[in-house]
Write a protein that binds this ligand. Sequence first.
Ligand code: ADP
Length: 505
Amino acid sequence: MAGGVAVLGAVVLVGWAFDVPVLKSVVPGLGTMKPNTALCFVLSGVALGLQAGGHTSVAGRRIAQLCGALVLLIGVATLAEFLFHVDLGLDALLVPVAAPLGSPYPERMSETAALSLACAGGALLVLDSRHARAAAQILAFVVALLSLTALVGYAYGQRALYASDPFTAVALHTALGFAALAIGILCARPDRGMVAVFVGDTAGGAMARRLVPVALALPLALGWLELAGERAGVYPAAFGTGWFAVSTVVLLVAAILLYADSVSRLDAKRRYAEQELKRSNEELERFAYVASHDLQEPLRMVASYVQLLAKRYKGKLDRDADEFIDFAVDGAVRMKALIEDLLAVSRVGTRGAPLIPTDANAVLEHAIASLRLAIDEAGASVTSDRLPVVAADAGQLEHVFLNLISNALKFRGVAAPHVQLSAEARDGQWVFRVQDNGIGIEPQYFDRIFLLFQRLHAKTQYPGTGLGLAIAKKVVERHGGRIWVESEPGRGSSFFFSLPVITGG
Ligand code: ADP
């Protein structure tokens, strides 16, 4: 677009320099593109080309803004000439134009062209200014509207739409140039404004892509037909206007209803995808529950018998046998922990108790009491500010506290572990914080650690199943909140989780 606009301006300037009528007005006899307009097209094309894509150097942006400012200045100065009936000597600056009979200002562009240039120049000047992004879009829309009006005037043969007095008219290629410029400015930042909606992979984008072309083409085509019928004397003017109104309404309503029908169909399909997903999720959870529940029994048997073997025969067989028995005990213990955690994961959604007002302080006390031995062994201190009453399943909330505190003890640094709990009201939610002074976590793992079986360490370094945080996440999400971590390696971690504030009675 940018190249096209600049080339158009340059070609017309050549037309003026060497007096080639076809370059000045396309169809000799029709309005000409004035030299100043052509110059502004070159400047606008350069400004747009330099800023297209958004990766402009500082120097490039400055040049683009300078071009935009010049275009704005020429547009505004020309408008002032019209408004205040003055001659600023701007019009014949480039090429003096031989006056058509009776024209008081033969070199001057039309008011419409001047207004379009002022808007386009302004838009190019503020394209990336943080506070005027909406203004750039609005100005480009004005340019589009003005050029559409002139183009419709040419298509319909209605001079009043592209000329305001007998001498000044928007030339056909000027109108086309402005249309290209407006589209170019709007598309220069496709991630913003209406263009972002239009090209977006959203229901709104799909609707805009279907309905905007219809809304543009339909009234224009019907209007043209109405005029043609009227000029051919098929019906009187008043009838034609009525016919235009009715046919536009009927066809636009039909287009909207057709679109609405396809959207409803898609919606029904989506709801069916969603139900299937819910069903298969539930099935998977049931499967995980049944599998881990049923595996528990034989595993318990294996574990207790290998432990019995270890107790009775350790030191009585050879060294290899002792080692093998140790491996078997270790494996059985780990598998037991894994299956218990898997069972806990599958129980969050299916076996949860109702969410009722629960004093988080009492739940925390319970959790600390269960962890007393581990806390004392680690020489740790666990302290807490006053916590709120929240709508929760106390058993599940305790599980979250247990998991976060035992992780803080497990992933401790050189200093004695200190765990501090607090909660604050933020954006209509209670945000709990469990802060430790442990080994910390690298930022690239902040999301991964909440997934099933994701661990950052070998089991020999720190024991665990990699399910604790996944269970905590499921519990928090079941309560309508979310969980996240902030941490710096070597400086400790803070786990946050939000729970909705209890509202109403
Ligand atoms: P597990 O503790 O069984 O390994 P989790 O799901 O509880 O599994 O944690 C996943 C991983 O997140 C851990 O293996 C560890 O690498 C990291 N992590 C969790 N809590 C902390 C913490 N307080 N400090 C440092 N790393 C942690």
